[in-house]
Write a protein that binds this ligand. Structure first.
Ligand code: CTP
Length: 405
């Protein structure tokens, strides 16, 4: 629980995603935070003040001109007494009001009066999201320093597909934690570099070689490191998950691009190589699309990609104090991990069994073994987020121990 003692002012806009705001209240409470809610008039069409009040355990504020509300707590005080202001769902209308400084109801007035960090989780129809006006407003809000989470791609309540779904409550709660920098900060002042996701190695303009990696574990480590106070650079191959909040994400496609981005990001205190890098690329990428011919399939000559982990671990200048690799294996997990520890020259290998029915690739759970020169530490099956939290705590201890030597 790392929102202990924190107060969140949650503004619930009018959209079908308002039901997820109820889950967000529970998520914040579960992490030890207190939530006070403003429900807009439109929001109250989707969820009732009674359900919002029951979950938050606090009075729900709905009307700017309510004399009793003003007597109890004015809109200025309402927005200032919180540690952070969160708008979820943030409708196109609320975003437009925020971008233009309108203040004609309690929600918009509180947003204009606040001196706290504002975080918005947009949710709307895909066409509304893509409309030039909404995109202009989004850019204005970002320029104003508002943190924007999501929206995600997916099927909308209206049946259309595309960006517009509100980010998941747990992701919004993570962003609140990151923004507030709450919890202990064992990596404060440190720079952590993380690689994540697969690489794509082009064959021709439309085809590529890749591997199965969702990026979930690497991205979770980046989030956990940011929450632990680190400045985080995430070098990510192509993934379908959003960029984490509070992290600098560099998007790359190939192994060569990933190595170049990693080298540009040095120096770092810790480098975590979680990406599933393609071991080979096509020697001569075709400029034009390869066509089927009567002579049969083309012969693709492959050439090895640079080993990013090994390159960084063997650097003589700017080698991060802690270099960590991953070993996804299907057999002899610990033996292979030990030999990778040696051959790659890293300080620690996080080994996991991704074989058969483990469900690790693309799934949400992971069972890892920490293999170092001094031995093996095997952890139980945990969620990838929990693995990330624990790994980051472990890295911080190793970094401290190393710097005391
Ligand atoms: N790695 C890397 N650059 C590469 C290949 C791998 O940085 N070109 C890193 C991965 O990020 C991971 C570790 O090395 O931390 C995985 O080691 P690797 O030997 O590549 O694993 P596999 O590809 O599974 O190797 P093998 O096929 O030999 O098991």
């Amino acid at each position: 629980m790392s929102l202990i003692g924190k107060r969140v002012l949650l503004i619930i806009g009018g959209g079908i995603a308002a039901y997820k705001a109820l889950e967000l209240i529970r998520e914040i409470a579960k992490r030890g935070g207190a939530v006070r809610c403003i429900l807009t008039r439109a929001g109250a069409e989707f969820v009732t003040p009674l359900s919002v009040g029951s979950l938050s355990g606090e009075k729900v504020f709905t009307d700017l001109f309510s004399l009793t509300d003003e007597a109890e707590m004015g809109h200025i005080e309402l927005s200032r007494s919180a540690d952070i202001v969160v708008v979820a769902p943030a409708t196109a209308d609320l975003m437009a009001k925020m971008a233009h400084g309108l203040a004609n109801d309690l929600a918009s007035t509180s947003l204009l009066a606040t001196d706290k960090q504002v975080l918005v989780a947009p949710a709307m129809n895909v066409r509304m999201w893509q409309h030039a006006a909404t995109q202009r407003n989004l850019a204005t809000l970002q320029q104003d320093g508002v943190t924007v989470i999501g929206p995600n791609d997916g099927v909308m309540a209206c049946g259309e597909y595309g960006p517009g779904r509100m980010a998941e409550p747990s992701v919004i709660a993570d962003a609140i934690e990151t923004t507030l920098g709450s919890g202990s900060q064992p990596l404060h002042g440190r720079h952590i570099l993380v690689t994540s996701g697969p690489t794509h190695e082009p064959i021709d303009p439309v085809r590529y070689i890749a591997n199965r990696s969702s990026g979930k574990q690497g991205h979770a480590i980046a989030v956990a490191a940011a929450r632990a106070g680190a400045q985080v650079t995430l070098v990510s191959g192509p993934v379908a998950i959003p960029d984490p909040v509070g992290v600098t994400t560099v998007h790359v496609e190939t192994a060569a691009e990933m190595l170049a981005a990693v080298e540009r990001s040095l120096p770092a205190d810790i480098a975590v190589f979680c990406a599933a890098v393609a071991d080979w690329r096509v020697e001569a990428q075709s400029v034009d699309k390869l066509k089927k011919t009567e002579t049969g399939p083309p012969a693709l000559a492959l050439t090895p990609n640079p080993d990013i982990l090994s390159t960084i671990a063997h650097r003589t200048t700017d080698r991060p104090a802690l270099v960590i690799g991953f070993a996804a294996e299907t057999t002899h997990v610990l033996d292979y991990a030990r030999s990778k520890l040696d051959s790659k020259g890293c300080d620690l290998i996080i080994a996991n069994d991704v074989g058969g029915d483990s469900g690790v690739m693309g799934g949400d759970l992971n069972t890892v073994h920490l293999v170092s020169k001094t031995g093996v530490d095997s952890w139980p099956r945990l969620s990838k987020a929990e693995v990330a939290e624990r790994l980051v705590a472990d890295f911080a201890v190793r970094l401290d121990a190393g710097s005391r030597k």
